[in-house]
Design a protein. Structure first.
Lengths: 237, 439
């Protein structure tokens, strides 16, 4: 469940009706899925069965995962997504051995509907995978995203919302939109994403052609500024 | 190597009949067996136009003519044709029977030529080749036996070029393609003779062929013989661009090379080219959102089964400007051996990032078998002819008919060539995709 959009409902169901809310980030990435599955097992009192599933699924995806990891190892990614989704995706990319160069996350939630620290997806991700460089909170402001991407050396841009993808292409960065949240879910999701990333990297001709011929509306002045120039006094980047 | 061809994609040599029909007020006079002419008109043509199809005079040569010779019949036919039909140029074409028995068509026609009639002949017995090859033959025949009569050695007309590109009707988009080529060549400052179709001025234009400063061959090989012949006969230099340029990158490359070759005033030419590019890429830039964000599936891989002139440009365009990856490409025009290496080389360099192993295969059945056997992990698009239609439907592939037989498409003057052609193809491909999602 998308923690951003579903958290209010989840918290309400637990507080009012005692329906347990799984307070961990959704099951993205190998370790993320393991943790989520184990929590599910605990809540449903099926811990032993869940361990068997985890073992089986690990074995099943191992060959493809190995192959994809070797092909994606060290590839530099930049993510633009909502909070829960973005954090989860960063986790997944780390699992594929990719190097997350930075992220533009649409919003940051310091306060959770269920008042539980376990829901701090960002903290979870950082704990599991280490700090995320150049973490940037920005609600789809393409002028900021372009400013940032213009300086970074990035192999792929993964964007969650329509309207961002074309800016990656204009900068010559292979980009895709991940519009289907279920696509990344679970063990199969890791494989799906690896294949999608490899597919996107393959159609390099299209990206380079757009970069060659597209027009950039941002002024030279703007592209030389810090991306947080317009955030005002309280900016803490 | 099979001894028959499944799903033929071109006609026998007599198919050059359609090239004659394409000349404004051009009229073929066919000396062949009954049915040949009308079958060709049915396969290649799309309506009689001025005097094509049913209206074409024919000797309907039968067994008697085979035994006793058909020249008397032909003579009578020609005489009557002049009385009944109003044409500017008459081209006598022979079919298989006449060429096998060796009717002396030349002497029959010569009498009318000597009397000043606008009539020529060409021996286009079906077995001699296909309409790609006979197209050059009839053009050269008209030049040698008619145009040359009006030729006087004089200064070439500066900036005038003859364009040899589409084979009329063999290329279903020939009208629009020639229109676009004429538009962009005139945009850079040349004057273009397209010789066929609505944008041509008919025989008056043909008469200026020897006066052109240059000849342009825009094709992989059909038409090359015409330019070579004109170079020998009238010392006209020629430039060949080896395929139909499609879209921004290729059309700009084509025009830049023409500017370089012809030495015309380049500043004005580059202003035109830049403005065309700006327009083309403004559209493609807007399209990029759709191509990158459409969530329900766009074609990811293409299969091409077309003649060389189309296959090269379209394959490059789909890969480099639309991001659709090459599956398999088949050249189906029975390319003469001497041109195959250069065509293969184009595919080896299809982009900066990959190569394609193009295959020359005339048998449409074998082409389909090979496409069928290829692994398809995602949505595909097929560029071919009506023969590929039911297979495309079977596998829910996107599908674009580019060659004959046309059958499921109506084409007036739309084009697949040049800047306008690139824009048009984009609309056709993605409208096809979107309509597959229509409820």
């Amino acid at each position: 469940m998308c923690a951003t959009l579903g958290s209010y409902l989840g918290a309400a169901l637990e507080q009012l009706y005692g329906v347990t809310e799984i307070k961990f980030a959704p099951a993205y990435g190998v370790r993320g899925t393991d943790i989520w599955m184990r929590e599910l097992g605990r809540v449903l009192d099926r811990e032993k069965e869940v361990e068997l599933i985890i073992e089986r699924r690990h074995a099943e995806i191992a060959p493809k995962l190995e192959e994809y990891r070797s092909r994606l190892s060290g590839k530099k990614a930049y993510v633009s997504a909502g909070a829960a989704f973005g954090h989860a995706l960063i986790a997944l990319l780390n699992d594929l051995g990719m190097d997350v160069q930075g992220a533009s996350i649409y919003h940051h939630d310091a306060f959770y509907d269920n008042k539980d620290d376990d829901s701090d997806a960002l903290a979870n991700t950082v704990e599991l995978y280490g700090d995320i460089p150049k973490y940037h909170v920005c609600n789809k402001q393409t002028f900021e995203i372009v400013n940032i991407l213009n300086r970074l050396d990035v192999d792929i841009l993964i964007a969650r919302h329509p309207g961002i993808v074309v800016w990656g292409a204009k900068l010559g960065i292979p980009t895709f939109i991940m519009d289907d949240e279920q696509y990344a879910f679970g063990y199969q999701g890791i494989i799906n994403y690896a294949e999608k990333i490899l597919d996107t990297l393959e159609s390099i001709e299209f990206t380079k052609n757009i970069q060659k011929h597209a027009r950039m509306p941002y002024t030279k002045w703007w592209l030389e500024q810090r991306s947080d120039t317009f955030l005002g006094g309280k900016a803490n980047v | 190597m099979s001894d028959y061809i499944q799903n033929p994609k071109y006609s026998c040599a007599l198919g050059a009949q359609q090239s004659v029909v394409a000349i404004p007020k051009g009229i073929p006079i066919v000396h062949a067996g009954p049915g040949c002419s009308i079958k060709i008109a049915g396969f290649l043509g799309r309506g009689q136009g001025y005097a094509g199809g049913n209206t074409i005079p024919c000797t309907n040569a039968n067994s008697e003519d085979v035994v006793f010779g058909g020249t008397k019949k032909l003579d009578k036919l020609i005489e009557s044709t002049f009385k009944v039909l109003d044409g500017d140029i008459f081209v006598v074409l022979t079919g298989c029977t006449s060429d096998i028995i060796g009717d002396d068509v030349a002497s029959v026609v010569k009498e009318y030529q000597d009397a000043g009639k606008p009539i020529v002949y060409a021996e286009t017995g079906g077995f001699k080749g296909n309409n790609y090859t006979s197209h050059s033959l009839i053009v050269n025949s008209i030049i040698d036996q008619y145009v040359d009569k009006f030729y006087e050695k004089r200064e070439k007309i500066k900036g005038l070029v003859n364009v040899f590109a589409s084979v009329p009707d063999q290329d279903p988009y020939w009208e629009g393609n020639l229109e676009e080529l004429k538009r962009i060549l005139e945009g850079i400052g040349l004057k273009a003779n397209v010789l066929f179709g609505a944008k041509s001025k008919g025989v008056e234009e043909w008469k200026t062929i020897p006066d052109a400063q240059f000849n342009l061959v825009v094709s992989s090989w059909p038409g090359l013989e015409i330019a070579q012949h004109l170079e020998e006969k009238y010392n006209t230099p020629y430039f060949q661009f080896p395929y139909f340029p499609v879209g921004g990158e290729q059309t700009t490359e084509f025009l830049n090379k023409v500017v370089q070759f012809t030495g015309i005033e380049s500043k004005k030419a580059y202003v035109f080219i830049q403005s065309e590019e700006d327009r083309f890429y403004a559209h493609l830039e807007k399209m990029a959102d759709f191509i990158l964000e459409f969530k329900y599936g766009l074609p990811r891989k293409y299969y091409v089964a077309l003649d060389a002139s189309y296959a090269i440009g379209l394959s490059k365009f789909l890969l480099n400007e639309l991001g659709i990856l090459p599956g398999k490409v088949f050249i189906t025009d029975n390319t003469p051996e001497q041109f195959r290496e250069a065509i293969s080389e184009e595919f080896r360099n299809i982009s900066d990032y990959r190569s394609v192993d193009v295959e020359f295969e005339t048998d449409g059945g074998i082409v389909l078998d090979k496409i069928r056997a290829d692994e398809k992990k995602s949505r595909v698009i097929i560029l071919g002819t009506a023969w590929e239609s039911s297979y495309a439907k079977e596998i829910n592939a996107d599908f674009l008919i580019v060659g004959v037989p046309l059958t499921y498409k109506l084409v007036l003057n739309s084009t697949y060539v040049g800047y306008n052609g690139g824009l048009h193809i984009i609309e056709e491909i993605y409208n096809g995709v979107l309509s597959s999602y229509r409820v």
